[in-house]
Write a protein that binds this ligand. Structure first.
Ligand code: S3P
Length: 449
């Protein structure tokens, strides 16, 4: 576990040449977690291809095993899950340790709420700081009981509902994790579980529920959606093909845009419209970014991203776009640092409760690189340099993979490179990030500090 290991300081040297070639990033993290969970709840054997084998997802695999599913790795990205059927999970013999993963922790709370069992959950120092009340409060209405540390933090204990009640819940924050936790609990309850989201968030749970045979109705309501799930379905095992993670492709997209002369293709990237806010924003900044070979695979749109370096201009990102790019703001801030003019990203309050306080962490990262940035309320302002980022500093990763990777991307394009105090957490979502970036750069631009 990275939090038990010594820090791994990393450094990005200015890339000696352009990024080029074609590459694939690892599987989508959100879809990978869900494939393991729905596979564990299905009757029969689910085959998964392209599973992300990052630490976060391996935590989910281990938790599904502890809850009674058979989970086996067959080869690179190829996994087999023999499920227990809806309501068929069994009491775990040990504590569920979700490591760094908020998605695993919150979704599994939903799963546990619907089963008559006792479980204890914990995580690393970052996850133990993150709010869990946003799931335990709505899930209590199923009849499940949660006990947690002050402020609803992990570790927590749950006694799942013997006779779970369906939920009717309106989300107070735009969160796919909370929505998904409610839907997972609703699988075990009779009747209809209803979740209203004020803004549409990633719908991988809804898509995969249908793929496994559940009945899910989705209706638009203003900017948001009403989702209804018919309870106690028989989920049937179904093959899952996991596309490349757009949130991981994001680092390569921005790296190609800021390293002069680059021309890069990232193949097989998931392009679910509720995930592609960054790509839309980069285009608004004048980026040369196009999609080729667009197709649908496993119910999700995918395509190849074609990127070319070029000048970027500042952008004003509306708050309404945040749910479709919530994990991409640190690396967007890097793009904005290279752009001409001052960018404003609006409505970033949710960034404060990610793997770190990402709003403060992103501003600090830019400051360490000699780029002026300010937080105004819930907005981030980045004063772009028109391509001349000084760099040279050392960013503090704060147990946050996305801050670490963003700092390294900045360093590739900066005059003096950039360091990060601890890159160990990159393995939570993108274990081969350094190797893949060096391959694209054709050098050892990234390496130990
Ligand atoms: C995720 C939802 C988002 C995102 C996270 C993955 C998911 O979190 O930040 O990385 O898989 O549902 P929130 O639901 O808290 O916004």
């Amino acid at each position: 576990m990275p939090h038990d290991q010594p820090a791994q300081p990393l450094r990005a040297h200015p890339s000696p040449g352009p990024l080029s070639g074609r590459l694939r990033v690892p599987g989508d993290k959100s879809i990978s977690h869900r494939a393991l969970m729905f596979g564990a709840l299905a009757v029969g054997t689910t085959r998964i291809e392209g599973l992300l084998e990052g630490e976060d997802v391996l935590r989910t695999a281990a938790a599904m095993r502890l809850l009674g599913a058979e989970v086996e790795r067959l080869g690179e990205g190829a996994w087999r899950v023999a499920g227990r059927g809806v309501g068929g999970l069994t009491e775990p013999e040990d504590v569920l340790d979700m490591g760094n993963s908020g998605t695993a922790a919150r979704l599994i709370c939903g799963l546990l709420a619907g089963h008559p069992l006792f479980a204890v959950m914990t995580g690393d120092a970052s996850l133990r700081r993150r709010p869990m009340k946003r799931v335990t409060e709505p899930l209590a209405a199923t009849g499940a009981r949660f006990l947690s540390r002050a402020g609803g933090r992990l570790p927590l204990a749950v006694e799942g509902a013997r006779h779970p009640m369906p939920l009717d819940y309106t989300l107070p924050v735009a969160s796919a994790q909370v929505k998904s936790a409610c839907l997972l609990a609703g699988l075990c309850a009779p009747g209809v579980t209803r979740v209203v989201e004020p803004e549409a968030t990633r719908d991988h749970s809804e898509n995969m529920l249908r793929h496994f045979g559940a009945t899910v109705r989705v209706a638009a309501e203003g900017a948001g959606r009403v989702i209804e799930l018919d309870g106690q379905p028989e989920l049937r095992a179904a093959p899952v093909q996991v596309p490349g993670d757009p949130s991981s492709a994001a680092f390569f997209a921005v790296a190609a845009l800021v390293v002069p002369g680059s021309r890069l293709v990232v193949e097989n990237v998931g392009l679910n419209p509720l995930r592609t806010g960054l790509f839309e924003t980069l285009r608004e900044m004048g980026a040369s970014l196009s999609v080729s070979n667009g197709r649908t695979e496993g119910g999700e749109p995918v395509g190849d991203l074609v990127l070319r370096h070029g000048e970027l201009r500042a952008v004003d990102v509306p708050a309404a776009r945040a749910p479709s790019m919530i994990d991409e703001y640190p690396v967007l801030a890097v793009a904005a640092a290279f752009a001409r003019g001052t960018s404003r990203f609006r409505g970033l309050q949710e960034l404060r409760v990610k793997e770190s306080d990402r709003l403060a962490g992103t501003a600090a990262l830019l400051a360490a690189a000699g780029v002026r940035a300010e937080i105004e309320g819930d907005d981030l302002l980045v004063h772009g340099t028109g391509g001349a980022v000084a760099g040279g500093g050392v960013a503090v990763a704060q147990m946050d993979h996305r801050l670490a990777m963003s700092a390294l991307v900045l360093g590739l394009g900066a005059k003096a490179g950039m360091g990060v105090d601890d890159g160990a957490f990159i393995a939570t979502s993108f274990p081969n990030f350094v190797a893949l970036m060096n391959r694209a750069a054709g050098s050892e631009a990234l390496g130990p500090a």
